[in-house]
Design a protein around this ligand. Structure first.
Ligand code: NAD
Length: 319
């Protein structure tokens, strides 16, 4: 079994690698070649969450699990609050193949999913990027979005405005003008990424212009919510995994309130395989409910393992 520690990941997996790997995994899901197992997520007390995301990709030859969670006391210890590890197994024998640090991979695969949705669903001429959120994931989201559209500026809102300058620094690195705005000014955006751990909607339907694409990436647990259910119900909704979208994703609220039928939610993989046309008009609001699936984690971890083996990196242990 190969151990690929967290510290090696940045040198092994690029945002482009993550984009390609997640695209392939969403397409394999849509073709019925890969599926996610039910998510396990438990509250450990004192705000700590722990769980398992797992799946099997027959075509990609991946079987495994990401174990991890949210530990709010970590920041005070100099660690990021989200901690995870990915375990890969041989799908034929069940033998362990690799253990891979999952923190950077989570950020890369989450940003990749959002960017794939923007790439496929946003209007081609989109030039203003809006971001709701400014935590650990937000910078990754900004970088990934900037790879798929020629944005001219970035506007952002966060409940805690003191966190926004760090996101502004990422925009500056990309050469993009950055402005902190109030929520109504998000109507200027052609694409909006939401990436917060909010328990209640911040972004309302009145804050979003016709034709906007939204990638709602923060809601991955029962009880989290970033956008108004009416906004979800009025949009064409796409997701990574419908079963997760309606239970732990942003759509849990619109579906729970009877505003949206689960059958109307389209797997993004169907757009990638051309089974669904995606955006149908310039006025339509498209919304990607990115809940984060285990297969995404396996796909990027497999890239890390392949690269590490090619370069003789990582630690081989007998099991
Ligand atoms: P973080 O702790 O670094 O940042 C949290 C963000 O949420 C900040 O912008 C903060 O200001 C905001 N926030 C906190 N409390 C809020 C409240 N009550 N109302 C509104 N905003 C609030 O977290 P992060 O690592 O950037 O992750 C952000 C979210 O994305 C989390 O909910 C995380 O679970 C989720 N996430 C989803 C996926 C996925 O695949 N969909 C993957 C990773 C993380």
């Amino acid at each position: 079994m190969l151990i690929v520690p967290e510290a090696l990941i940045a040198s092994l997996v690029t945002p482009e690698d993550a984009f390609r790997a997640v695209e392939a995994c969403f397409a394999a899901m849509a073709r019925g070649e890969a599926y996610n197992f039910p998510v396990v997520r438990e509250a450990l007390g004192e705000g700590r969450q722990y769980g398992f995301k797992s799946g099997l990709d027959r075509a990609g030859g991946q079987l495994g699990v990401k174990a991890g969670g949210y530990f709010p006391g970590n920041a005070a210890k100099g660690l990021i609050n989200h901690q995870s590890s990915v375990f890969l197994f041989d799908p034929d024998t069940g033998r362990p193949e690799a253990m891979v640090g999952g923190n950077l991979l989570t950020a890369l695969r989450t940003a990749a999913a959002s960017a794939i949705a923007i790439d496929r669903l946003a209007r081609p001429e989109a030039h203003v990027l809006g971001i709701v959120g400014a935590g650990h994931q937000a910078g990754f989201q900004l970088r990934a979005a900037a790879r798929v559209r020629r944005f001219e500026r970035v506007i952002a809102w966060n409940l805690h405005p003191d966190m926004l300058p760090r996101l502004g620094a990422v925009a500056a690195e990309l050469g993009l003008p950055f402005e902190a705005v109030d929520l109504p000014r998000l109507r200027e955006a052609d694409v909006i990424v939401t990436i917060t751990s909010s328990p209640a909607a911040s972004l309302l339907a009145e804050h979003v212009s016709p034709g906007t694409h939204l990638s709602c990436m923060g809601t991955d647990t029962v009880g989290k919510q970033e956008v108004e259910p009416a906004l979800v119900a009025g949009a064409s909704v796409f997701t990574d995994e419908v079963a997760q979208s309606v239970t732990i994703g942003e759509a849990q609220h619109a579906v729970g309130q009877g505003l949206l039928d689960a059958s109307a939610i389209v797997p993004l993989g169907e757009v990638l395989t051309s089974a669904h046309p995606g955006r149908r008009s310039a006025e339509e609001i498209t919304l990607f409910d990115g809940t984060g699936v285990g297969l995404q984690d396996l796909a990027v971890a497999a890239v890390a393992v392949q690269r590490a083996r090619e370069r003789g990196l990582g630690i081989e242990v007998g099991v």
